[in-house]
Design a protein around this ligand. Structure first.
Ligand SMILES: C[S@@+](CC[C@H](N)C(=O)[O-])C[C@H]1O[C@@H](n2cnc3c(N)ncnc32)[C@H](O)[C@@H]1O
Length: 444
């Protein structure tokens, strides 16, 4: 494919100051100039099952598709160690790679699983009809008492009629599953239904729809009426069954369909040394998205969390903001020249934030070391990372990660370019908003 004809490149010159505008697919033979800037206008971010569930700071599919095609071959192993909602995993699968996705977040793991598990259209439509019939049957029975999960502030997050509707949908899903549980296909169908249920929970809750984090605001009174949870669920279900059916049709044309989603985390993947042909990820942004808090309502409803506070779960996430006072009462330094001045400047106004930044890069150092271990010699690790402002101090994560990767781990920085963002489900106070992300191409 010729970039100039197929992708409407507005300016594809080797000039680092030019913005290269690309609509849709980027030709894998094209090299984005080192230090160059690219704006990818995504043709369809909800293609196939990509749109099954929203997720903060999701990749637009064209970027991982380009990196996968450029830096790996058919049948090779592609790993995303912080795969989030699985955009790169679905793209790897569609491009006949063996895809391995890891994420510490249970809802991310479930979404990725559903997104990459094709389900036979006929079985799905039979199951859907049974489910909708069952829901209609129970919603009209006022004396039916569904199982309602208990969790912190449940009755503040949801109105009573919404709780009942969600509980009935959840009960019906579990009920049809328990009668067919021995079959793998029904388990996949059950997970698909659970993800659809999860995808409407935020909409029917009282949480502020304009905030990535799950928060209640006195001024925000949402217009939610009885029956809304049922109608939103049914509407999403019908829509996503079409997407799943398309995925199923395409999956039959693939040469391999091999997706592995081990339970683990990015620092201890459990994978063998020298076993991966391409690594590809977008780590969390520091100070931007608190993933467990963002998905807490969905995880409570799906039974993916205990009923206790979230803090014990949060500590395990890279970029966590759950830190203890005794950890940040003195300035922590790293020995990296791109990082230490930043830590010191932030420490002067906010010691806690300074420690959060320190811990993020310390965790990322361990993650880079793990990736170096599992990658085959000569293969690439592509990282998309945004820079941000913390307490008015610019944290240039691309520079800091490059220094760590090259000076402490042994990677070589092959190329780096800036990818501008145009649409993102992420809301951060204006001055701290990221305008795009840097792509680092590291070579083992
Ligand atoms: C920016 S998101 C990835 C989004 C993804 N590229 C997509 O398209 O949906 C970063 C992810 O890192 C995950 N994460 C944070 N700490 C982790 C850890 N220790 N191990 C694995 N995943 C982790 C978060 O749960 C989150 O899903």
């Amino acid at each position: 494919m010729d970039l100039s004809t197929s992708t409407h490149a507005a300016a594809a010159r080797e000039d680092t100051s030019e913005l290269i505008e690309v609509e849709g697919d980027i030709d894998p033979s094209f090299d984005v100039p080192n230090q160059g800037k690219i704006l990818v206008i995504s043709n369809d971010q909800s293609y196939l099952t990509h749109g099954i569930h929203r997720f903060p700071a999701k990749f637009f599919p064209e970027l991982p598709r380009y990196l996968i095609r450029k830096y790996s071959n058919k049948y090779e192993v592609v790993l995303d160690p912080m795969c989030g909602s699985g955009t790169s995993i679905l793209e790897a699968m569609l491009n006949n790679r063996i895809a391995i996705g890891i994420d510490i977040d249970p809802i991310a793991h479930l979404i990725t699983k559903v997104k990459t598990t094709p389900i036979d259209s006929i079985s799905l439509s039979v199951a859907r009809r049974i489910l909708i019939k069952k829901i209609q049957e129970l919603e009209s029975k006022s004396d039916f008492h569904p199982n309602i999960p208990g969790f912190h502030y449940r009755d503040n997050w949801f109105r009573p009629f919404v709780i009942r509707e969600l509980a009935i949908i959840h009960d019906c899903i579990e009920n049809i599953l328990s009668t067919n549980m021995h079959q793998d296909e029904w388990r996949s169908i059950g997970d698909f239904f659970r993800v659809i249920l999860s995808s409407i929970i935020r909409d029917v809750s009282n949480a502020d729809p304009h905030c990535t984090r799950t928060v209640l605001r006195k001024k925000v009174v949402k217009n939610i009426s009885p029956g809304d949870a049922y109608s939103k669920f049914t509407e999403r279900l019908i829509q996503q069954c079409v997407s799943m059916s398309d995925l199923y049709q395409i999956s039959k044309t693939l040469e391999i369909c091999d997706v592995r989603l081990p339970i683990g985390n990015a620092i201890e993947t459990g994978l063998d040394d020298d076993s991966v042909d391409l690594g590809l990820t977008s780590p969390p942004y520091i100070n931007a998205v608190d993933y467990p808090r963002t998905h807490q309502l969905e995880m409570y409803w799906l039974g993916l969390l205990g009923t206790g506070p979230l803090s014990h779960v949060k500590r395990k996430y890279i970029g966590t903001e759950t830190v203890y006072k005794n950890e940040y009462n003195t300035l922590k330094t790293s020995g990296y020249e791109t990082l230490d001045p930043v830590l010191e400047e932030i420490f002067n106004s906010d010691p806690r934030r300074s420690f959060i930044v320190f811990k993020f890069f310390k965790d990322m150092q361990q993650q880079l070391a793990e990736m170096y271990r599992v990658l085959k010699p000569g293969s690439m690790y592509c990282i998309a990372i945004g820079n941000n402002l913390i307490r008015g101090v610019e944290v240039r994560s691309n520079k800091i990660l490059s220094e760590i990767a090259t000076s402490a781990i042994g990677f070589r920085l092959e190329r780096t370019f800036f990818s501008k963002l145009i649409r993102h489900f992420i809301r951060i106070p204006r001055p701290e908003r990221m305008m795009g992300e840097w792509i680092l191409i590291l070579k083992k």
